[in-house]
Design a protein around this ligand. Structure first.
Ligand code: ATP
Length: 139
């Protein structure tokens, strides 16, 4: 069974982590904020306080053995990029990263991110498609 590491426990990252864990997957959740770690600790397999831009810390946590990483450090773009770079250098097969905009998305692709997500943009498009495919006369 796939093992997931989720880095950055804002609304997006914590939702990804708890949903995966509820579905029975092993989830390591990482954040540098002790409160975020504490509040998710009963809902995931492991929750650890660490700086995701510290390569040695990520190595010590055994992050290289995971199948998928989800990086969601929204408020700190350089940390988001650095963390993604480290994960790809540790040979993580699949790294998904939340980006604030397409310019940052391009940078993330250059450092090796396998998939970029733009939650607000993607959800907006999805809602619009749902509205179009429903019977518009219902509204
Ligand atoms: P949301 O996901 O809630 O929409 P967001 O993308 O702005 O919002 P934040 O609320 O900023 O995300 O959450 C990002 C998380 O990443 C925070 O919990 C923050 O503590 C964490 N974080 C920031 N820098 C680092 C770092 N270097 N290492 C680990 N975690 C970090």
């Amino acid at each position: 069974m796939k093992q997931f590491v989720v880095i950055g426990l804002g609304r997006f990252g914590s939702s990804v982590a708890t949903t995966l864990a509820e579905s029975g997957y092993d989830v390591l959740a990482i954040d540098c904020d002790a409160e975020k770690v504490q509040s998710i600790s009963t809902q995931v397999t492991h929750a650890v306080e660490a700086d995701a831009t510290d390569e040695d810390a990520l190595k010590t946590l055994g992050v290289r053995n995971f199948d998928v990483a989800v990086v969601s450090i929204g408020d700190n773009v350089s940390a988001n990029i650095l963390c993604t770079l480290i994960l790809k250098e540790l040979n993580l097969p699949y790294v998904i990263v939340k980006a604030p905009d397409s310019l940052h998305g391009k940078v993330l692709t250059k450092v090796g991110a396998d998939r970029i997500v733009y939650p607000e943009r993607d959800m907006g498009a999805r809602i619009a498609h749902n509205l179009i495919s429903s019977n518009v006369l219902d509204y």
